[in-house]
Design a protein around this ligand. Structure first.
Ligand code: AP5
Ligand code: MG
Length: 213
């Protein structure tokens, strides 16, 4: 089962993708998490990606596409995966489509988690992320058991540099301009499903599992 999560920054793609990955036993592949892990480890890729991420811009397609295609060709992705944060531009979607069709494969579901911009801005300031394992929390909605500490791995939680309010607005602008057109792209392929992302994470997940079976 190959699934793509679509939605604005902060819509809850990562939150739902992790739950899908766990239930259906497929890898959760987040290009944002891959970049953040590289930044943390000080790799060349990380240094390059950080310039764009901190500004709320997209990392260039050439860099992103290569990383993603390498990741999904690993053995654990053989039975499918849930992509979170990729594709983010029409050229990225076209490259993925081509790579899959060369193997006689295609995307089964593109799930758009729909949340209006006003709600997003409120959510982001409260998000806390673990740079070690990628877990995310919200100081009000989904708090960790111990303030500032990851429940899963015990590392420190941070406010992502790109969650500063001015950068969130920039990311939303970039989303509307470059990523939202993917909704029509996958609608035309007959695999798009929109879910109302303003409800509780459990309600959203129940709708997604009803869809995936
Ligand atoms: P990325 O890491 O993908 O960030 P994003 O798309 O901006 O999305 P987020 O991770 O911010 O939000 P999310 O939808 O996963 O929401 P979450 O579940 O955390 O990318 C970061 C950067 O990397 C990009 O800006 C770009 O520079 C670069 N990049 C990555 N991929 C790229 C690509 N393909 N091409 C080019 N550049 C790329 O939830 C948000 C918060 O809300 C959390 O606190 C959560 O706990 C809370 N929450 C979740 N669900 C609910 C709910 N139902 N109710 C209440 N609160 C909720
Ligand atoms: Mg995310």
């Amino acid at each position: 089962m190959k699934i793509i999560m679509l939605g604005a920054p902060g819509a809850g793609k990562g939150t739902q993708a992790k739950k899908i990955a766990e239930k259906y036993e497929i890898p959760h592949v987040s290009t944002g998490d891959i970049f953040r892990a590289n930044i943390k480890n000080g790799t060349e890729l990380g240094m390059e990606a950080k310039k764009y991420m901190d500004a709320g811009a997209l990392v260039p397609d050439e860099l992103t596409v290569k990383i993603l295609l390498d990741r999904v060709s690993q053995a654990d992705c053989e039975n499918g995966y849930v992509l979170d944060g990729f594709p983010r531009t029409i050229p990225q979607a076209e490259v993925l489509d081509k790579a899959l069709s060369e193997r006689g494969e295609s995307i089964d579901y593109a799930i758009d988690v729909d949340v209006p911009d006003e709600a997003i801005v409120k959510r982001m300031g409260g998000r806390r992320a673990c740079v070690t394992c990628g877990a995310t929390y919200h100081i009000v909605n989904i708090p960790p058991k111990k303030e500032g500490i990851c429940d899963q791995c015990g590392s420190e939680l941070i406010l992502r540099p790109d969650d500063e309010p001015a950068t969130v607005q920039k990311r939303l602008d970039v989303y509307h301009e470059q990523t939202q057109p993917l909704i029509d792209f996958y609608q035309n392929k007959g695999v798009l499903h929109s879910v109302d992302g303003t409800r509780s994470m459990e309600e959203i997940f129940a709708e997604i599992t009803a869809l995936l079976g």
